[in-house]
Design a protein around this ligand. Structure first.
Ligand SMILES: [Zn+2]
Length: 301
């Protein structure tokens, strides 16, 4: 069932962020894309296979779990469509065939270790839509020199972002952040056209509707948070006052006023997000982006 849900093209379609990575490649600017996605959406968007390191594997290939012999892709799709599990065709084997996905606790593909040095060669690092929590993948953005600008497109700050002088964080929806970058680069029209041609009008509409819903939901959440914060602050005012009186009476230093909740709402949440992709981007010749807005995206290294 997992396979049927996630199988490329089955449900999810590339978003503007995926298409942006493909644009980078088309312009000769993509050094290497490292992704944690297993959905092959970067491939579907047109990123060349030799520029992609699927650190957690993908559905692009599959093999027998016993003899490790690869199983043909076309046949695999037929099985998945029928909801059946294919068996190895090597004589006398008959082992289960599984997509080349890395499950939690399994070793990352050799390609990841062979190619992760490419991250050191980047002169711009773009990180999109990732929690940067799973190592060794999460260490990729730290591999380049400290003076290499790093741009994060994500809902929140992650990893070591914000610790280097040239870090830029575009917090918020990933695809919206990428659109802002495309605006700055003068690529916006090219990006939208390529995306629309790739996914079709119906899908464009679907993603836009989904985006609106997410924005609305986020706004609700933000106002709720704001109310809660206000409430807490009021309570703290009162408690702080009482505390101060008490402690004064005892002759000890007044207690500090209530701690502020850490709910800091970091940024405008304009959101529109199709399925998330993770990874990072690495670009050969970086145009610096000097935005400090809010929006998030996907990553390629
Ligand atoms: Zn086998």
């Amino acid at each position: 069932m997992l396979a049927r849900e996630l199988y490329p093209g089955a449900r999810y379609r590339p978003t503007a962020a995926h298409v942006f990575i493909a644009l980078l490649a088309r312009k000769g600017l993509l050094h290497m894309l490292f992704t944690q996605n297993i959905d092959c959406l970067e491939r579907a968007a047109g990123v060349p296979a030799d520029r992609i390191v699927e650190a957690h594997g993908s559905f692009a290939s599959q093999r027998c779990i016993e003899c490790k012999v690869e199983f043909e892709g076309g046949k695999m799709r037929e099985f998945v469509a029928k909801g059946e599990v294919p068996r190895c065709e090597v004589e006398g084997c008959g082992g289960l065939v599984k997509p080349d996905i890395v499950f939690f606790g399994e070793a990352l593909p050799r390609a990841f270790f062979e190619l992760s040095d490419r991250a050191k060669e980047a002169d711009l690092i773009l990180v999109m839509g990732t929690s940067l929590q799973v190592h060794p993948f999460a260490g990729l953005p730290n591999m380049a020199d400290e003076d290499v600008p790093r741009v994060l497109f994500n809902l929140e700050r992650v990893g070591s972002f914000g610790t280097q002088a040239d870090d830029v964080m575009v917090l918020g929806d990933c695809d919206e952040g990428i659109r802002k970058l495309a605006d700055e680069l003068g690529w916006r029209e090219e990006l939208e056209t390529a995306w629309r041609e790739l996914v079709g009008e119906e899908e464009v509409e679907r993603q836009m509707q989904g985006a609106k819903k997410r924005v609305a939901a986020l706004h609700d959440e933000v106002s709720k948070l704001a109310e809660e914060v206000e409430e807490v602050l009021h309570i703290d005012d009162k408690e702080g006052g009482q505390e101060a009186e008490k402690t004064e009476a005892q002759g000890t230093p007044p207690a500090s006023p209530g701690e502020k909740p850490e709910a800091a709402v970091e940024s405008p949440q304009d959101d529109t997000s199709p399925p998330k992709a993770d990874g990072q981007d690495h670009v050969e010749q970086g145009d610096k982006v000097d935005g400090t807005d809010d929006s998030a995206k996907k990553a390629v290294l």
